[in-house]
Design a protein around this ligand. Sequence first.
Ligand SMILES: Cc1ncc(COP(=O)(O)O)c(C=O)c1O
Length: 358
Amino acid sequence: MAYSFSVTLTTAPKQKPDPDKLVFGKYFTDHMFVMDYSDDKGWHDGRIVPYGPLAIDPAAAALHYGQEIFEGLKAYKAPDGRILLFRPDMNAKRTISTCDRLCIPPIDEELFIEAIKAVVRVDAEWIPDRPGTSLYIRPFIFADEPFLGVHPAHHFKFVIILSPVGAYYGAGNSGLVPQRIFVEEEYVRAAPGGTGAAKVAGNYAGSLKAQEKAMKAGCAQVLWLDAVERRYVEEIGTSNAFFVIGDEIITAPLLGTILPGVTRDSVIKLLKKWGMNIQERRLSIDEVVRAAEDGTLREAFATGTAAVISPVGELLYRNRTIVINNNQTGPLSQKLYDTLYGIQTGKVEDDMGWTVAI
Ligand SMILES: Cc1ncc(COP(=O)(O)O)c(C=O)c1O
């Protein structure tokens, strides 16, 4: 099905930020995509309008009961001028499963991708091209039906906003600065049967307390342990986690408590292609500590859209610092970053068929 959206251009274009001073998530482009859902019309009236505040009824269900979900992906400007999206079908599929978890009517995969393409096209001049920069795309859906009472809403808004961004951790051109990570044993992110595998706004609100604690301890992020035994490593902040122990590369399996990251899936596919020993299996924090002690813990890194690959330089666990690879970026983290970021930006040949030109 071909989708078409009305376009109302801004009469007051904003000044674009200095491309050398971009940070993550602070600046927004001139336009946004908005679409409504009602039970009688389904998803309808997709439109591109000037970026600005949305009028929301104070009784809107999302504001009270958190029926809100979001996604995150990036557009890059390739050296030949093409605008590239990275595996947007994966974000579309994850949106569908997240919607299902929160009783939100799903957005058709093609509609999701066409809406992104349409709004990125309108604001294409906002895509930065300095190394490490990109246009971050934030689709989100929330219940804007005014009612008080806990039941699935009947009216929703699907919105896409765009933000030119620099490196997530304020890193330099290579994008790789090893981070110090807090191993969290008190708070949990997601329990079996909960919403951990869905990109639900409430997951992030619930994580703030631990994040605050980690930052007070001089750490950039939290390493989450499983909610039942507080033993198995799950995710790092808003990224998936990988550990290199001996010749094995280990990441947590998708058992419903971690987010199935697009970057995680891409890393697994690259590692398999390179013939490496990648295992999706449970890994206890004790095994990580033992590996650090016997010298077999070679690298650890986080994977996600925001930072791509982010090496772990230190783990803070029970007041003890575990240093990984001398707090340096390891060869595998660097190779994965160079390959993935290279494919995403059109500088490395995309033999995986992952990029989609707009
Ligand atoms: C909790 C969580 N885990 C992992 C990820 C990484 O997912 P992706 O690689 O799709 O960005 C994200 C970011 O979306 C996240 O919020």
